[in-house]
Design a protein around this ligand. Sequence first.
Ligand code: GLA
Length: 388
Amino acid sequence: MSLIKKIARAAVVAAACALALGGAGCVQSAPPGEQSSGLLKDVYGDYFTVGTAVQSRTLNKYSDVLPHFNSVTAETEMKWSRLERQQGAYDYSGADAVIRWAEEHDAAVRGHCLVWYKSLPGWVLAEGTTKSQALARMQTHIDETMRRFGDSVYCWDVVNEAIKDSLASWQLESGDIWRTGNISGGDTGDWYAVCGEDYVKQAFIYADEARTKYGLDDVELFYNDYALNSANKREACVQLVEMLREDDIPIDGIGMQGHYKLSDYLADPQKFIEGFEESVKTFTGLGLDVHVTELDIRVYENDGDPPAFDSLPLSVELQQAEMYADIFEVLREYSIPWKDGAGCVTNVTVWGAADDSAAWDTEAHKEYPLLFDEEHRPKEAYYSIISF
Ligand code: GLA
């Protein structure tokens, strides 16, 4: 659909929605021929599950928007630093509240995340920790977490963000792809420096062992990272998968986080979408499922930019909607295997329910990154992804 048609369609749908229902979080009547509820999980029922990130303390605040989603990811409450800040002292309260909510609302829970260089309690890789100590702690954490949540969780991001940023070609060629160095500050740890690439292998081995031990056959194991739409990081991720497969270590899927900036797309929309599609095609082509795990589109170019406007101008909102629409078009296309043995896109998760959840906002500006606005009303982005 052309941009002009999409804009016209969005305007008509928006007007109809306002007239028919009005108010916060309105669920629109869809145009003839489309799913009728307007709920994203229904619109995409034949394609993939649609998720959002949540926090237990704001589940009520977003009760008007959350019915759109049939998958939820705990934004922080399943991370290691939240579950076991002191060794052996577990706190499952937040995670349990998210799971309880999901069960009551027929939503599935994405597990996020078992091993990451951030949100890591200090004791895990405290100074002087040996490789065998580090791996033993990792094994206990993975085993205990997967046992505790069992089949309440349908997949786990086993390892998050193991690949370094700004990879040069020579680094790809020499296999120098791992994030290490320049990792400092509270709740961080340099897994690679202590364990080398074995930490990635062992994380998947331990997760697979826990899956077998606790009879969690349907729980899928994912590698999750950002910027996987870029050529070099895509290639590095393929190397990661090959490394695991050479040792017969199972991996079921790739999580493409998808924290994007509108400017990534506006610079050359076709190039952006081609890169994105190439990654989805490459990963599914390896027989892996793809989840888009943390999708949002920030509208400011640079983190330090001063506030350019007090509210999101329609012109920018429409550009953002166009970007969302193009991304979802690719995702729909790959929701069925494109060749024998290919995996497919089985979940798309946005990183927050509505623009007031403010994950990226700073004092200087707001980012308006999501599908629903600060009043929880559907944005043009929402209309653009339900109109196809
Ligand atoms: C990464 C993590 C998420 C979240 C974001 C920042 O993408 O995977 O859990 O912490 O950073 O909001």
